[in-house]
Design a protein around this ligand. Structure first.
Ligand SMILES: Nc1ncnc2c1ncn2[C@@H]1O[C@H](COP(=O)(O)OP(=O)(O)OP(=O)(O)O)[C@@H](O)[C@H]1O
Ligand SMILES: [Mg+2]
Length: 386
């Protein structure tokens, strides 16, 4: 009897434990749901969540989640990021490329759908109060050399001027001061631009309804030149259908809003709300570009006598350790931001390379991409001169 009693008691206790565990599990599931990623509110181009099967999401920690596209595109992009941000990467060109890309924090998947893999990336627009964002595809060809004849023809038909112009505006959104709202242009806007209307079309991105933001144009040119400098110094990669993502601060209250000197208007605050919540992911690089605007390859080669990596070796990175890296960097960056709170204009503009589903190893310079960069610089300079 006594034995039976004990058995009964222990089973009740076990039942209680199981009940508690379920409640705890339910609570953690609820918390997990509350922290579930949401569609990226400030996406300006590409596959959109809800419209397409895959899309760009925002993680609750402020990073961007890009779902892997079907092979070969998704794995190709992930391998590229993995290689560039590998902890044991010693290739000088890849190391200096890091500063021109969003930081890569490894892979992420939801506990509900562990087979759906996402790349976890720095949100380039995160630190801005009212980010004006533009996605520009770079190169004379928007398809890679392995694309089928049909694919090639489809791309050329969509924008026959790509070969001559070397870039295509895929989408933009601009903060208009007077209305306190964003004006957006989708892919059709860029495709409608001709050689004659290209300059005014591109200038729209830098016009806030009141004035042309020449400061943002000059800084963008400076940053594109730095990227061009990287391309001039490397012969190991070719980029097709890849973009430059431009971001500049659209609010009048640059820096002030963060310093608390001047509050945003109610309307501006509402517009800015999602981006305002955290400034954790700043875009400073551990590695400063060792070159100015001139040829950087010789300097880099002299400093680093390291063997060149050809092809895409797979460096497996554990995403949890990368998550920790993200946290540490966020802290470092927040400190850095404090130090630079009255920072120069450079801090108010971002130009980063994104979208690497069609990156290929090569042994020659990427003339198509460089043509596009030079052409873009040229049009921006014309806008400044007018
Ligand atoms: N790191 C990032 N930070 C902020 N916004 C981003 C970032 N990556 C992507 N975006 C937003 O998402 C859009 C689409 O991104 P991306 O070009 O990488 O995806 P995609 O075109 O759908 O992909 P793919 O061409 O591989 O099918 C960009 O135009 C930009 O608005
Ligand atoms: Mg894209």
């Amino acid at each position: 009897m006594a034995t039976e009693d004990r058995v009964l008691k222990s089973s009740v206790a076990a039942g209680d434990g199981a009940h508690n565990e379920n409640a705890a599990e339910r609570k953690s599931r609820k918390a997990e749901r509350a922290r579930a990623p949401v569609p990226l509110s400030h996406q300006v181009a590409g596959h959109k969540y809800g419209v397409h099967k895959v899309g760009i999401l925002q993680h609750y920690d402020g990073t961007v989640l890009k779902q892997l596209q079907p092979p070969p595109r998704g794995p190709c992009e992930m391998q590229f990021y993995t290689q560039v941000f590998a902890q044991d990467c010693t290739d000088p060109h890849l190391l200096s490329l890091q500063q021109h890309l969003p930081k890569y924090y490894g892979t992420w998947s939801s506990p509900d759908k562990p087979n759906e893999l996402y790349m976890k990336l720095e949100d380039v627009a995160r630190r801005f109060t009212c980010p004006c964002i533009m996605d520009v595809k770079i190169g004379r060809k928007s398809f890679d050399p392995f694309a089928s004849k049909e694919k090639q023809e489809e791309h050329i038909r969509k924008y026959p001027l790509m070969e001559e112009i070397g870039f295509l505006i895929l989408g933009m959104r601009v903060y208009h001061i007077a209305s306190g709202s964003y004006i957006s242009h989708e892919q059709f806007f860029g495709r409608s631009l001709t050689k004659e209307t290209l300059k005014t079309g591109l200038a729209r991105f830098f016009h806030n309804g009141e004035e042309l933001r020449k400061d943002a144009i000059s800084t963008s040119i400076h940053k594109i030149r730095n990227i061009l400098c990287w391309f001039e110094g490397q012969k190991q990669l070719h980029f097709y259908a890849s973009s430059l993502l431009f971001v500049y601060e659209g609010s009048h209250h640059i820096g002030n809003a963060k310093n608390g000197n001047k509050a945003l208007t109610g309307q501006e605050y509402r517009q800015a709300e999602p981006e305002n919540k955290s400034n954790a992911h700043l875009s400073i690089s551990k590695l400063k570009n060792s070159c100015g605007h001139t040829n950087c390859s010789s300097i880099l080669e002299a400093i680093h006598n390291v063997k060149k990596v050809n092809g895409f070796g797979s460096h497996s990175l554990h995403h949890q350790s990368l998550g920790m890296m993200a946290d540490m960097e966020a802290k470092e960056n927040t400190v850095a931001e404090g130090k630079r709170s009255n920072g120069g204009k450079e801090e108010n503009v971002e130009v980063r390379m994104i979208d690497f589903a069609h990156v290929f190893p090569s042994d020659s310079s990427d003339d198509g991409y460089m043509y596009g960069l030079r052409s873009l610089i040229c049009v921006l300079e014309q806008i400044l001169q007018d």
